[in-house]
Design a protein around this ligand. Structure first.
Ligand SMILES: Cc1ncc(COP(=O)(O)O)c(C=O)c1O
Length: 455
């Protein structure tokens, strides 16, 4: 029989996958490979350190049978620890921030972990910060073990003993550049140390979100106040013990927009379904690879699976809300379906037989200055508050007239699949455009809706 004695046997030995389409589009001559850490049993690179920190604690006697593992995590280390805990019968409590995706929270609960959600805005060192929360629970709970992934030596060691050698062997020692993100720093420091020992010429490159401190810390030894960014699991507001800057040759800052765009394109154009930090890393890998030639070989880490982010950057609606969606993906349907922060909007309209005073009241109630006139779900005209008021100044009796007597011509109509550019073009001439689906008017897009998308 061929089998693994438990799920933990599947951790590590992840394959390299060559990037083809995205490198060709950028005219890249070097070979670029993703190391598929998303294929670990907990779907991330952090499975490697879950087992290594727990086995170390078992050896040292800091984790005893029936014990509880308590850790501060952006989700993936928690998943790696919870897998081991499930197999070995430990309990788990994880402190996370409210920035963590709902998918990771539910996954942790499915693995049997208890979770405590802390505000992402809490400052380092304050009681509400997720690291302080984990420390406090660990200090209060008997028979508990706090791995402290930010400082535990078994974190970089797992990468020194496994990730580094796997990359060296799978590339036949031909790797010239290694690109990774920096969260705890375990991946980059451990893998970097192994690769540099094999060949000191190999360049180790860190990808860091704008807003995190690592680039400035590496280059100047100082770190500015961190500012928020949306990519999960990477970057820091303070230096951390396991992020050994001596192992890193260069750090490249990447925006949220680039990170999410490239993670989404890795799915669409290479079939590699990954998380946002992989997008950050791949963006840096592309910037480096553009400067290299055919003798160079770049390996970057595919940190985790895109499934953890289906309600986040893998959703067009979420991307639109964050003003990050690629313009070609913004269609009339998406704009109308997600107006008003995602709550579905009923189209507000009047009929030609309604009385003008009612139509004005409806506009007032809904705080709008223009309204379509519809009959049998077809557009027959439009009302604009300023024009109606001008007519009323001349003839107040029109207040009791039918809408059909004062209405203007219809707003232009576009199909639900119309692109952002088509909509913008029509809005140059008209204050609003109606959206049609199967010959029925289903929505309206105004100039301010488009401006909201371009903030
Ligand atoms: C999604 C994701 N990417 C990257 C990393 C960074 O890895 P490391 O902590 O080894 O620096 C993490 C760490 O938690 C992560 O969750």
């Amino acid at each position: 029989m061929k089998f693994y004695s438990d799920i933990l046997g599947l951790i590590g030995n992840t394959p390299l996958v060559k990037i083809n389409n995205l490198t060709a589009q950028h005219g890249i001559k070097a070979q670029v490979f993703g190391k598929m850490e998303s294929l670990n049993p907990g779907y991330s690179v952090k499975d490697r350190i879950g087992i290594s920190m727990i086995e170390c604690a078992e050896k040292e006697g800091t984790l005893k049978p029936g014990g509880t593992i308590i850790e501060a995590t952006s989700g993936n280390t928690g998943i790696g620890l919870a897998l081991v805990a499930a197999v070995k019968g430990y309990k788990c409590i994880f402190a996370l921030t409210d920035k963590v995706s709902i998918e990771k929270l539910r996954y942790l609960k499915s693995l049997g972990a208890d979770i405590v959600v802390c505000p992402a805005a809490a400052k380092h060192g304050t009681p509400d910060h997720y690291v302080e929360t984990a420390k406090r629970i660990a200090s209060e709970l008997p028979n508990s073990f706090y791995p402290d992934q930010y400082n535990h030596p078994a974190n970089p060691l797992a990468h020194y003993q496994k990730t580094g050698p796997e990359i060296w062997e799978d590339t036949d020692g031909r790797i010239t550049h290694f690109v990774s993100s920096i969260g705890t720093g375990g991946t980059i420091s451990g893998t970097g140390r192994y690769l540099k020992e094999k060949n000191p010429e190999i360049k180790i490159i860190g990808a860091d979100p704008y807003g995190s401190i690592f680039k400035s810390y590496k280059e100047t030894g100082r770190f500015p106040e961190a500012t928020p960014y949306l990519v999960e699991g990477i970057g820091q507001s303070l230096p951390v013990g396991n992020a050994d800057m001596k192992m890193v040759d260069e750090i490249i800052n990447i925006t949220d927009r680039e990170s999410f765009e490239l993670a989404r394109r890795l799915s669409r154009e290479e079939g590699i379904f990954c998380g946002g930090s992989t997008g950050t890393i791949f963006a840096a890998a592309l910037k480096v690879a553009k400067t290299l030639d055919e003798n160079d070989l770049v390996v970057f880490i595919v940190c985790d699976t895109g499934e953890h982010y289906l309600t986040k950057f893998h959703s067009d609606e979420w991307m639109k809300e964050k003003l990050l969606l690629e313009p070609q993906k913004i269609t009339a349907r998406l704009i109308t379906e997600t107006k008003n922060s995602g709550s579905p909007t009923e189209l507000i309209f009047v009929t030609p037989n309604e009385i003008v005073s009612n139509a004005l009241a409806k506009m007032n109630e809904n705080a709008i200055t223009q309204i379509p006139v519809l009959e049998d779900q077809k557009s027959v005209g439009s009302l604009r508050e300023s024009k109606v008021l001008t007519k009323l100044l001349e003839n107040r009796d029109l207040l009791d007239a039918k809408v059909s007597e004062v209405m203007e011509k219809s707003f232009p109509v576009l199909d639900v699949d119309a692109s952002f550019n088509e909509i913008k073009k029509v809005l140059q001439k008209s204050p609003a455009v109606l959206i049609e689906d199967f010959k029925r008017i289903t929505g309206i897009v105004t100039r301010s809706d488009v401006l909201d998308l371009q903030k």
